[in-house]
Design a protein around this ligand. Structure first.
Ligand SMILES: Cc1cc2nc3c(=O)[nH]c(=O)nc-3n(C[C@H](O)[C@H](O)[C@H](O)COP(=O)(O)O)c2cc1C
Length: 189
């Protein structure tokens, strides 16, 4: 079992990073091999909607997303962790998600080569917002929910946290425990 962690915060060592590490530790405890990608350290341009990938399944943009596409295909499960920026996901996570476009044909159906690797794949989501109500980040959950529905991916219940200052979440044992459990659950066959 291979679990890929995708960090959507540019704040390395910040709240989403801490919770993602917890989730990956949970997955590791279940015997999974884990890998973390920090999107802000990668060059990922926005989707151009050039439609070339509708035919080929390959994106024309030559940047770090090519390598990430391969990792997505190889992983048995993917856990995303992202803070709320202006009632949405960060630009890093949005650019990454939009580039999933290359996996689909013109009807938003998986390209044949990808379908067996992707359909039913488990997806995890962790959100962090500065506002005290964790549901302030529901727009991110909505975006992942609908994407997973469209793509026949299996989204596990999201872990939603609230913290503002860098690293503040470290004191919140309860939410760290929830992230750890998400990692354990996602790594359970
Ligand atoms: C550009 C920017 C926009 C933000 N927008 C929101 C927001 O709309 N709602 C909110 O509750 N918190 C907002 N925040 C606060 C972050 O979500 C919060 O600080 C979070 O803990 C950051 O997570 P991180 O440490 O993983 O980067 C924003 C922060 C930044 C830098």
């Amino acid at each position: 079992m291979k679990v890929l962690g995708v960090l959507g915060s540019p704040r390395v060592g910040g709240n989403s990073d801490i919770l993602l590490d917890q989730a990956l530790a949970g997955a590791k405890e279940m015997g999974a091999r884990v890998e973390k990608i920090t999107l802000s350290r990668k060059k990922i341009l926005g989707c151009l909607d050039c439609e070339k990938c509708n035919e080929t399944g390959i994106c024309v943009i030559r940047d770090d997303m090519g390598e990430i596409h391969k990792k997505i295909l190889q992983a048995d499960a993917i856990i995303h962790s992202v803070p709320l920026y202006f009632w949405g996901m960060t630009s890093q996570m949005k650019a990454y998600l939009d580039r999933w476009c290359a996996f689909f044909d013109g009807n938003w159906t998986w390209h044949k080569a990808y379908a067996p690797k992707m359909i039913g794949k488990k997806i995890g989501l962790i959100t962090v917002c500065g506002a005290p109500d964790v549901h302030t980040s529901d727009p991110i959950v909505h975006s992942f929910k609908e994407t997973c529905k469209l793509a026949e991916l299996k989204l596990l219940p999201a872990v939603q946290a609230s913290a503002y200052a860098k690293g503040e979440i470290e004191k919140n044992e309860k939410i760290k425990g929830k992230a750890f459990e998400l990692g354990k659950k996602i790594a359970t066959p």
